[in-house]
Design a protein around this ligand. Sequence first.
Ligand code: FE2
Length: 359
Amino acid sequence: MKKILFLLALAMLLVLGACGGKKNEENTTSTKENSEAPAATEKKEVNLYTSRHYDVDNELYKKFESETGIKVNVIKGEADELIERIKREGTATPADLFLTADVGRLYRAKEDGLLQAVSSDTLSTQVPEKFRDNDNTWVGLTKRARVLVYNKDKVKPEELSTYEALTDEAWKGRVLVRSSESVYNQSLLASFIEINGEDEAKTWAQGLVDNMARNPEGGDRDQAKAIAAGIGDVAIMNTYYFGQMLNSQEPEEVKVAESLGVFFPNQETTGAHVNISGAGVVTGSKNAENALKLLEFLTGEEAQSEFASANYEFPVNPNVEPSELLKSWGEFKEQDIPLTVLGENNAKAIMIFNEVGWK
Ligand code: FE2
């Protein structure tokens, strides 16, 4: 018995010793200044897989390159295609950083084991906790609200209040919204599941289907256009699409947007639904340190004001002010939930959509 105890104690000492040693090792590799030479596999580059297609993103990568000397190689594609690509490439994937819109998609990438946890004090200060994954596998870069837009000739803003109220009899045949295949709607319903519970979320989805002006078709912008065409009177839409239309090169889009009012729902209750564009370091990344540096740069004050204002998104960094247009809409109350639940409730949301026949 004594011998066993002795062996156990010895084993524990060895384990503790090993942990301590490993910790030191980790410390020296993560602080570049102290290490004798950079890790053999880490090059002065970072491979970014992104589903965003904005010029401002490229300008920011250029700025990052000149500040750090780290080259950003950009691979663009649809979010789900990029996820499939990283899976297919497996351990050989050159991807270091995955960037996309909506927590629903970031969560899918995380669940598929494609993202790794990162720890960074800079990220923790620059991005509020609710806009970061609870396991630190992704972090928000820009923020958008899913709001209501309405026909200014037919609807008074006083008639609007909450997402829930859109299921009232008064809105029968007047509500426009895109398909439930859109991750934006899945995340919206996922937030209601979190806030109001599954039963109420289902009642809402059913009520909305009953009040739809037509079967869902097109994207968010098409719902706004349908209001202008007289098909319905109120639509659910992401804020940046409204901003894009107001500032569009196409005069027709500007005309549509100018005929509409924007309304932030649930201001007296649970807050407007918000979501993010975000990014995470890919599992097995060969340039993880550079990927983390790019994340820190993109959430920093300089990048945030450009990143957000060019696409009419809200900055996630609380020290950065939104653009003039967004400020003109006033401050608003957001849903008070960690965004990670939008991913966790995604499957339930899809199930409810199917049950109530939201196409
Ligand atoms: Fe979008």
